[in-house]
Design a protein around this ligand. Structure first.
Ligand code: IPT
Length: 934
């Protein structure tokens, strides 16, 4: 008889499992079944052996649990975003269904006598059957949800049992787990054998609320086994099931995550509880926590590690939480499945608002398919029991976390009655939390209205019409697509969240690039879709995070940190500094303010800046110390004051001195910029006519950048490429002395087309160098916009770059909030940003001067007076553009230097609105004046 695999395609959510219950920190005995299990992978159901009653594992390998078999040497990862990698014919899945068998023995301790012995899985992808000593115990699915099996009748204390788990890569569950991520299978979260004492609680529901009007807390702890709840700090002792009011409590919030340690004592054992008193409510269309309007400075977080996939360690989870807290992020959407429960404990402890999302996405069916297309599973009644059970399993597991402020039904499923049923379940079981779902345009079964990737104009419209969408609070569950270089425009979104009360922020897509660490010939790089030979895949769309795969912050992360920082520090227009407190509940008494003054990038003064405690929402003006004012009077050169707010004392998530906000004030009054005048023609100087200055060769007009992911989308990229911008040629029209300058006229134009850019390069000598006055005029049917307009030239290899301008990190016109004016120094290597898929990077905006030094000497470039964008790299734009992975860009000699008059903004168009007009680089006559000193 062959093994009956029919459960793989069963519409039932599970068979033989215990009812879902809360994740509890109790004193029940347990054995962690982590570590080595015997393992065998069958490529297909057809050849998965029929020996699960008593498999002979002597020839099997071992695999480490938790983990994914594709990252443990079996099969290969595969990435698709929307599309399913198998034919759509629910409930069927391919017979070629990789199936992993896991076997492990464990002795049930003798002192477990009388206990209920439960085998608990925290997460198995995607469906699995459990056998103990030859008996089929049951099966379950819901990859990111726990399943428990009662083994009591199959075990005897003191005796060994043999557990056999058969896990299938594809199942009915795969139809509702179409999240944008790697397909990775196996037992990827912990497995435990538990001894549950009959007289100890196994399910507890803590209901703790806060009344912001009178400061009182209310508490009710429900338990399946009665007991007494003790909260020592509150001097409280109260029976389960009894509601109590506490005169004064300190509330829990993301900024001030006050938890009260408590214990629930019953006859059979103890459960440790951490109680956070807080109330989530929608008041007059505004989402509030403890009466305060919430503004989500959030991120979408997938669970990811470049070596372990979704099998995270507790350290990985802590790393995420600490990185978020230090960044000023206050909210996480657990896209698109419930995270490991330990992560939620950390959110409670350190303070992050959580949108806990159900393990559900059916994107590949389309939003509202009409016959003859198949209905989306959320419209198909056969899926309803499974979907409602998924919601139930999440709510039951996670209900005690104060950090969870919204339940979310799932992601990208369109609309269907099964979603309504999930909503109804959540509201019935836990009326204390509003429910989120994004694609409910009519706001039928949601409590907050949510959209993704909405343009600024449309956010503004929603903000300006508070009655629209049933007057619900509005959030962007995804925006700011952080793929490759980007996202741009975050400050503009932030301004709208400040302007319209109902626009309550959003969640950047996404937290981390899912690049898998791989190597070729000993050279390491991060792999993305297609790198494992997948038949269909979505390339590097899986690398769209604020963090690189190894959790180092990308420039996008640094930008986000600046945009959301809790204080706004700017000039007050009266000679002082204006500081606005954007915290929800904290005043600024925990912060110390520092002031540093710099003239032309050199520090001339520093010290403490006394600032009174500023209440949330308040703005104060602080005068600068008199010495600094005097300096301002006396100095014409560029003078900046930088005010920094730091933590006075360490917190659980950062050390004392951690910077939470900063701002710069320009102290000198910039004089009307005047161009230096040359004293005569710098004859035969630099140009494409081959004559060189200070090692400069091959100076050309440059209009192309290695496409960033936001450029590489049809509308933009095609228009640019159709206009031949990626392959222009250059012609010298004339050169000679003219009107006191050496003048070279060039025409830069693409093959086959008739438009061009006529550039007039006028070179004159000045005291210590040569001056270039460049004028560019488009002719013919030129394209509306350009990726960039600048000049690129070559220099003998440069090692070190020093510059005065905006920095220290790369910045573009719409990603420049985090750039501060200062004097910086970096190697050419350090100027590059290693985007997982190589693309334009490293641009330093608003450079005043730069000194480039290499073995062949040095060259100084000065704004005269136009500020320029600076890019220095040891490869060409084409090299960068043609590279698929970081290891494909190979540094060489010479160095390529680009000085931009302007460059197009970055935007978020890889998954989002077009680049706003103000950040486009419109083709028009332009000039640039620069001085070269060798
Ligand atoms: C949106 C998805 O919700 C998210 O999971 C991710 O795929 C993101 O896009 C892109 O990276 S869906 C999109 C069609 C708006």
């Amino acid at each position: 008889m062959t093994y009956d695999h029919s459960y793989v395609e069963d519409f039932a959510p599970a068979v033989g499992v215990l009812p879902p219950r809360a994740w509890l920190d109790d004193d029940s005995a347990r054995i962690a079944l982590t570590g080595d299990w015997s393992f065998r992978l069958s490529p297909s159901l057809a050849d998965a052996p029929d020996d699960l009653k008593d498999p002979d594992t002597s020839s099997w390998d071992t695999i480490s649990v938790p983990g994914h078999w594709q990252l443990s040497g079996y099969g290969a990862p595969a990435y698709t975003n929307v599309v399913y990698p198998f034919p759509l014919e629910p409930p069927h899945v391919p017979t070629d269904n990789p199936t992993g068998d896991y076997v492990r023995s464990v002795i049930v301790p003798a002192d477990w006598d009388g206990a209920r012995v439960v085998l608990r899985f925290e997460g198995v992808d995607s469906r699995f059957a459990v056998h103990v000593d030859g008996n089929l115990v049951g099966w379950s699915s819901g990859s990111r949800l726990p399943s428990e099996f009662d083994l009591t009748s199959l075990v005897a204390p003191g005796k060994e049992i043999r557990i056999v788990v058969r896990v299938h890569q594809w199942s009915l569950g795969s139809y509702v787990e179409d999240q944008d991520m790697w397909w990775l299978s196996g037992i990827f979260r912990e497995v435990n054998l538990l001894a549950l004492k009959p007289s100890a609680p196994t399910d507890v529901f803590v209901k703790a609320a806060f009344d912001h009007v009178d400061g009182a807390g209310t508490l009710l702890v429900e338990s399946d086994v009665p007991g007494t709840v003790v909260v020592p700090e509150l001097g409280l002792e109260l029976p389960t099931g009894e509601h109590t009011r506490i005169e004064q409590v300190e509330p829990w919030s993301a900024e001030s995550p006050r938890l009260y340690d408590a214990v629930l004592r019953s006859e059979g054992g103890e459960v440790r509880l951490r109680i956070g008193f807080r109330t989530v409510a929608i008041v007059d269309g505004i989402l509030t926590v403890n009466g305060n309007r919430v503004l989500f400075n959030g991120v979408n977080r997938h669970e990811f590690h470049p070596d372990r996939g979704r099998a995270l360690t507790e350290q990985d989870m802590l790393d995420d939480v600490l990185l978020m807290k230090r960044a000023g992020i206050n909210a996480v959407r657990t896209s698109h499945y419930p995270p490991h429960p330990h992560f939620l404990d950390l959110c409670d402890l350190h303070g992050l608002y959580v949108v806990d999302e159900c393990d559900l996405e059916t994107h590949g069916f389309g939003y509202e398919p009409e016959p003859p297309n198949l209905p989306n599973p959320v419209m198909d009644e056969r899926f309803r029991p499974d979907l409602v059970e998924r919601m139930r399993r999440m709510v039951e597991r996670d209900k005690n976390h104060p950090s969870i402020v919204l339940w979310s039904l799932g992601n990208e499923c369109g609309m269907g009655e099964n979603l309504r049923a999930m909503y109804d379940f959540a509201k019935d079981r836990d009326p204390s939390r509003p429910v989120h779902y994004e694609r409910d345009r009519g706001a039928e079964f949601v409590d907050v209205y949510s959209e993704m990737y909405t343009s600024l104009e449309n956010v503004e419209k929603i903000g300006a019409d508070p009655a629209s969408h049933k007057g619900l609070p509005f959030i962007l569950c995804e925006y700011g697509h952080a793929m490759g270089n980007g996202p741009g425009g975050l400050s503009d979104y932030r301004a709208l969240f400040e302007k319209y009360p109902r626009c309550q922020g959003g969640f950047i897509w996404e937290w981390i690039d899912h690049g898998l660490r791989t190597s070729v010939d000993g050279k390491e790089f991060y792999a993305y879709g297609g790198d494992f030979g997948e038949t269909i895949h979505d390339g590097n769309f899986v690398c769209d995070g604020l963090l690189f795969p190894d959790r180092t912050p990308s420039p996008g992360m640094l930008e986000y940190i600046k945009v959301i920082e809790p204080l706004v520090i700017v000039a007050d227009g009266k000679g002082g500094v204006s500081i606005t407190n954007r915290y929800e509940v904290l005043d600024t008494s925990h912060l110390t303010f520092q002031l540093v003054t710099e003239i032309n990038g050199e520090v001339v003064g520093s010290g403490n800046l006394p600032v009174p405690a500023i209440a949330p929402g308040e703005t104060v003006s602080v005068e600068l110390p008199p010495g600094i004012l005097a300096q301002r009077e006396a100095n014409q050169p560029e003078t900046w004051a930088t005010v920094t707010a730091e933590l006075t004392e360490g917190t659980a998530w950062a050390e004392a001195g951690h910077r939470v906000a900063w701002g710069q004030l320009r102290l000198d009054t910039p004089a009307e910029a005047t161009a230096p005048t040359g004293s005569g023609p710098a004859e035969g100087t630099v140009g494409i006519d081959g004559i060189t200055l200070a090692g400069i060769t091959n100076a050309r007009l440059d209009v192309w950048r290695a496409q960033i992911d936001n450029d590489a989308i049809p509308g933009v990229a095609n228009a640019w490429k159709e206009n031949g911008l990626h392959r222009v040629q250059h012609r010298i029209v004339s050169s000679g002395v003219k009107d006191g300058a050496w003048e070279v006229v060039t025409r830069t134009a693409p093959p086959a087309l008739q438009w061009g850019l006529v550039a007039t390069w006028r070179w004159t000598t000045v005291d210590d160098g040569v001056l270039l006055d460049l004028k560019v005029v488009p002719d013919g049917q030129f394209p509306d916009t350009l990726p960039r307009l600048g000049i690129t030239f070559e220099l003998p290899k440069v090692d070190q770059v020093e510059w005065f301008g905006a920095g220290p990190n790369e910045a573009y016109v719409d990603t420049r909030a985090a750039a501060a004016v200062g004097k910086y120094s970096a190697t050419v290597d350090q100027l590059q940003t290693p985007y997982v898929r190589p693309q334009e990077n490293g641009h330093r905006i608003d450079t005043r001067w730069a000194a480039l030094t290499g073995s062949a000497g040095s060259l100084r470039i000065e704004a005269a007076p136009d500020l320029f964008g600076l890019t220095v790299r040891n490869w060409t734009t084409a090299d960068l553009e043609n590279a698929k992975h970081t290891i494909d860009v190979i540094p060489g000699d010479p160095t390529y230097v680009t000085l931009d008059l302007a460059q197009a903004g970055i935007g978020s168009n890889s998954c989002g609105p077009a680049l706003p007009d103000q950040y486009k680089l419109h083709t028009a006559p332009a000039t640039l004046s620069i001085k070269f000193v060798s």
